[in-house]
Design a binder for this molecule. Structure first.
Ligand code: ASP
Length: 277
């Protein structure tokens, strides 16, 4: 089993999602894969902006909501044939209705608690993973699994601490009874011990992938992004930066802790412990 994670820019539009689906199709020809996806590029920022505006009693939040909704419906339209769009559109609409209700709550109460912020932020991955799973089904068999049913975490919202034993148990239980070749899951989101939605912190989809890789004793964890590899410096700032062909877990961890944005710092630990490449 391999775990493949695709970040926000890799799933920012339908053209990129098509590329992702080709990569998944090729990878799953050899062995089963778990695919972790981020929210469509920039969605999480927009979700948080919408909630912040609403809590400030600023009606501009409705514009943010509308733009997000339009973008998601556009992706559905571009990826899924008309005859199969109706159920997908109604699920997407349902999620946007829920989001709108939460925004209204923030607007009326002028309040945005950490718990509500976590809930709002989770919509990006819940939407993207669902749409991508439906698009994948047009090409190959795949199963959608909500990672909130797998990953258990503490209830300090937006920066939850993972309960590894409970998480590993859930993964074991689920995957030993399900033999599908491709499983598509949302990154970033988790469930608290009290059953509420939380997140693993900004950039947390990498961490989701690493947690699942460790839980499943994956043969490999692949983190796909728009930068090809780990570089000696940020290649968008330093022209002479070059790719590092091999890197130890500790060096990778240090790089991420000291600001290399290519990987979310807590990501390395779970795979290091299990020596997953
Ligand atoms: N969508 C989340 C964020 O923007 C998590 C992630 O992409 O890794 O922080």
């Amino acid at each position: 089993m391999k775990v493949l994670k695709f970040g926000g820019s890799s799933v920012a539009n339908s053209k990129n999602i098509e590329k992702v689906l080709n990569i998944v199709a090729n990878s799953s020809a050899e062995q089963s894969v778990v695919v972790v996806v981020s929210a469509f590029g920039k969605t999480t920022n927009a979700l948080i902006k919408g909630a912040t505006l609403a809590a400030q009693k600023n009606e501009e939040y409705l514009k943010v909501l509308k733009e997000l909704e339009n973008h998601h419906f556009r992706v559905v339209k571009e990826l899924i044939p008309i005859k199969n769009q109706t159920p997908v559109n109604s699920r997407v609409k349902q999620l946007f209705n829920q989001l709108e209700t939460i925004y209204e709550g923030c607007f009326l109460l002028r309040e945005l608690s950490p718990k509500t912020l976590a809930k709002v932020s989770s919509f990006g991955e819940l939407l993207s993973s669902y749409i991508i799973a439906k698009a994948a089904n047009e090409k190959f068999a795949s199963v959608y699994k909500d990672s909130r049913e797998l990953i258990v975490a503490s209830d300090n919202y937006n920066n939850a601490i993972v309960d590894f034993p409970a998480t590993f148990n859930n993964c074991d239980e689920y995957f030993s009874n399900h033999e599908q070749k491709v499983t598509i899951v949302p990154g970033f989101v988790a469930r608290t011990v009290h059953g509420k939605t939380t997140t693993l912190g900004r950039g947390g989809s990498d961490f989701t992938a690493s947690i699942l890789a460790a839980a499943l004793n994956a043969t490999e964890l692949q983190i796909w992004t728009d930068v090809s590899g780990m570089f000696t410096a940020n290649p968008s700032i330093v022209k002479q930066a070059s790719v590092i062909d091999h890197i130890s877990y500790h060096e990778a961890m240090e790089l991420s802790h000291f600001g290399a944005k290519v990987i979310y710092p807590p990501t390395i630990q779970p795979v290091l412990r299990k020596e997953i490449p």
